[in-house]
Design a protein around this ligand. Structure first.
Ligand SMILES: Cc1cc2nc3c(=O)[nH]c(=O)nc-3n(C[C@H](O)[C@H](O)[C@H](O)COP(=O)(O)OP(=O)(O)OC[C@H]3O[C@@H](n4cnc5c(N)ncnc54)[C@H](O)[C@@H]3O)c2cc1C
Length: 379
């Protein structure tokens, strides 16, 4: 492991590896990524791979739209098939959600996103197996979709390494040395690395990293569970999601249905065990929407952590009080889909001193004021 680096990135998920790749692409290759296990072991390797642009804040819509533009060329750029498909996202609308969803579509359209509100019958044309009895409509955006997170993370990591970045596996960060507000070094269980610039991309553990230098992040970790079924013939093009019930599911390229459901009773914790409660709630909710899925066998279930902020938007950029300490965390359950743009912007911030799109509204400082947040969250 090198003893000195221009930039130390903490965390080997899609954020850390994506930032390392984008730094190297801009010519800054004296970079080390510190990962306490292996790349993709955290939320990135446990996620549903969904990529949607239908959000309710300008920042999230724009970051997601820009990311889709980058996802569209990522297989070529990373020399690996990221299994990217644009089958759309169908967001189920129940009666009391209809007016708000129509307003959300208007906001999305005003930013250039081609989402639309559709009737239950139109929703059934897109998903023929859908039970439309309980629903009042849906919103749909064809350019939403999904990709394989393992291929994206390892694609970023491999390309970054080829350009000179070091990815240090099984290396846990244990402290950050700061003198007079300046970063001097990062301490790990394998030794100390001298540096002036640190990126905090440790996912749900980012608040622990920040607290090493006395910075308080409002982020909280929450367990989210997910499952995958046996593969079946192709029956589902889009990701189907409901923010009322918290359920989402899509079909992977080789046939399995993958999906999860949020749990409003889940306390904040670092627990990533699998539960029977999840399996029962998931099965009941999915089968109400797609009765035919009652015949599917579940192959595997697992859990990962959301890193949730008070407004469900990420924390990005420099940190007041600690020079050259960059935050790239707090994705609140949608960090994979916005990673291509976010990681490019963070690299621009570090190398050029200014990102090509303003990210000031996503700075940690925003939590000092009034908070209005993203509504489309799997809670
Ligand atoms: C069940 C589930 C489903 C999801 N579905 C989607 C989805 O469909 N679409 C979407 O966009 N997002 C989804 N997400 C959210 C998405 O997975 C995350 O927002 C995203 O992966 C965050 O990436 P990251 O690199 O910031 O964090 P992570 O992938 O968690 O990476 C952080 C890394 O930091 C490492 N680390 C922590 N502490 C230390 C330390 N002290 N020293 C060294 N390394 C350390 C960890 O080991 C970890 O590998 C889902 C999440 C879950 C849990």
């Amino acid at each position: 492991m090198r003893e000195e680096a221009d930039v130390v990135v903490i965390g080997g998920g899609v954020t850390g590896c994506g930032i390392a790749y984008n730094l190297a692409k801009k010519g800054l290759t004296d970079v080390i990524v510190l990962e306490r296990q292996v790349p993709c072991v955290g939320a990135s390797g446990r996620c549903g791979g969904g990529i949607r642009q239908q959000f309710t804040t300008d920042a999230n819509i724009t970051l997601a739209m820009e990311s889709v533009r980058l996802f569209e060329q990522l297989s070529v750029e990373l020399d690996t098939d990221i299994e990217y498909e644009q089958g759309g996202y169908l967001i189920i609308a129940y009666e009391d959600e209809v007016d708000q969803f129509k307003r959300n579509v208007r906001l999305q359209n005003s930013l250039g996103l081609e989402s639309r509100f559709i009737t239950p019958e139109e929703a059934r044309e897109i998903v023929p197996l859908l039970n439309i009895d309980p629903i009042a409509g849906a919103t749909f955006c064809q350019t939403d979709g999904h990709a394989n997170p393992f291929r994206v993370v390892h694609g970023y990591a491999r390309k970054a390494q080829k350009m000179g970045v070091e990815i240090s596996k099984f290396t846990a960060v244990t402290g950050i040395v700061v003198e007079d507000g300046q970063i001097r070094a990062v301490k790990t269980d394998k030794g100390t690395i001298k540096t002036n610039t640190v990126v905090n991309a440790a996912g749900a553990y980012s608040r622990d990293i920040a607290s090493m230098v006395g910075v308080s992040l409002p982020n909280k970790p929450y367990r989210h569970e997910i499952l995958v079924t046996e593969p079946v013939e192709h029956v589902l093009d889009p990701m189907v999601i409901s923010f009322k019930t918290g359920v989402y599911f899509s079909q992977q390229k080789h046939g399995p249905i993958i999906g999860g459901i949020g749990d409003p009773e889940e306390p904040s914790s670092y627990n990533i065990s699998a539960s029977l409660r999840f399996m029962k709630r998931m099965a009941r909710t999915v089968v109400e929407l797609v009765p035919a899925f009652g015949h599917l066998n579940v192959l595997r279930q697992w859990a990962g952590l959301y890193d949730v902020t008070p407004d469900a938007q990420p924390v990005l950029g420099w940190t007041e009080g600690v020079d050259q300490f960059c935050q790239a965390n707090g994705y609140s359950g949608h960090g994979f889909m916005i990673a291509p743009k976010v990681t490019e912007l963070i690299a621009e911030l570090i190398v050029d001193g200014k990102p090509s799109m303003p990210i000031d509204d996503l700075n940690l400082k925003r939590f000092e004021g009034e908070i209005t947040g993203e509504a489309y969250v799997v809670g």
